[in-house]
Write a protein that binds this ligand. Structure first.
Ligand SMILES: Cc1cc2nc3c(=O)[nH]c(=O)nc-3n(C[C@H](O)[C@H](O)[C@H](O)COP(=O)(O)O)c2cc1C
Length: 180
C-alpha cells in the first residue's frame, strides 16, 4: 500500500485526526513547532493547510522550505512523520493551489477576523486601525501551504510495534521495514 492510502485509512479511524504539528526551521537553525489543521491532500498527494502570511512559520519558510509534519493518533496508536519541502501559495497562486486558496477563504465566511486584523504574534496594543474590509477575494496574507513529501516514517504501537519508512524515488516510493 502507498503511504497516503495507509495514512488516510488510519486517519479515518481517528476522526477527525486532522490536527497535526508542523515544524519549521528558524533563522538560527532551531526547530519551531505549532499545530495546524490538515485540510487534506492535493491531487498530487501533497498535504496542505492554510495560514497567515504574516505569521512566524511563513517567515521561516521564506528562508528554509524544510518542514516536518507530525500526526499522533491515540485511538489506533499510529505516529506519522512526513518530511518535505513546503510551498507557500499567496495571491500569485495558480492551478489547484489557487482554487484551494479561494474556496478555503469562501468557506471561512464569518471566521475571517484573524486575517483582517493585526498580525498574528504581534503584541496587543490599543485599537488603532479598523480591520481590513472583508471581501470575497482572499486578502494577500491568506496563504495555502502545500508540502511535497520526500519521506514518511510510520510507527505503529498497536500490537507488536512496527515501523515503516517510505522514501520518494522519483515518481515512486521505496518501502522499508525498520526496527521500531
Ligand atoms: C487545534 C489547533 C488548530 C490550529 N490550526 C491552525 C491552522 O490551520 N492554521 C494556522 O495558521 N494556525 C493554526 N493554529 C494556530 C497555530 O498553532 C499557531 O499558534 C499560529 O498559526 C501561529 O504560529 P506561528 O507563530 O508559529 O507561525 C491552530 C492551533 C490549534 C491549537
Amino acid at each position: 500500500m502507498k503511504w497516503l492510502e495507509v495514512f488516510e485509512t488510519q486517519r479515518a479511524r481517528n476522526r477527525p485526526g486532522n490536527r497535526v504539528q508542523v515544524a519549521t526551521v528558524d533563522e538560527r537553525g532551531a526547530p519551531s513547532l505549532r499545530t495546524v489543521v490538515l485540510r487534506g491532500f492535493t491531487r498530487g498527494g501533497q498535504p496542505w493547510f492554510f495560514t497567515d502570511a504574516r505569521s512566524e512559520k511563513i517567515h521561516h519558510l521564506q528562508r528554509s522550505p524544510h518542514v516536518s509534519v507530525l500526526a499522533w493518533w491515540e485511538r489506533t496508536e499510529d505516529q506519522f512523520r512526513l518530511d518535505g519541502l513546503a510551498t507557500v501559495h499567496g495571491p500569485g497562486a495558480v492551478d489547484e493551489a489557487a482554487v484551494l486558496r479561494k474556496t478555503s477563504w469562501q468557506r471561512l465566511a464569518g471566521r475571517r477576523a484573524a486575517w483582517l486584523g493585526p498580525a498574528p504574534g504581534s503584541v496587543v496594543g490599543p485599537p488603532s486601525l479598523p480591520p481590513a474590509a472583508d471581501t470575497a477575494e482572499p486578502p494577500e496574507n491568506f496563504v495555502v501551504v502545500t508540502v511535497t513529501v520526500a519521506r514518511v516514517d510510520w510507527l505503529r504501537l498497536a500490537g507488536a510495534h512496527s515501523r515503516v519508512r517510505f522514501t520518494r524515488t522519483g515518481d515512486d516510493w521505496l518501502r522499508e521495514e525498520l526496527v521500531p
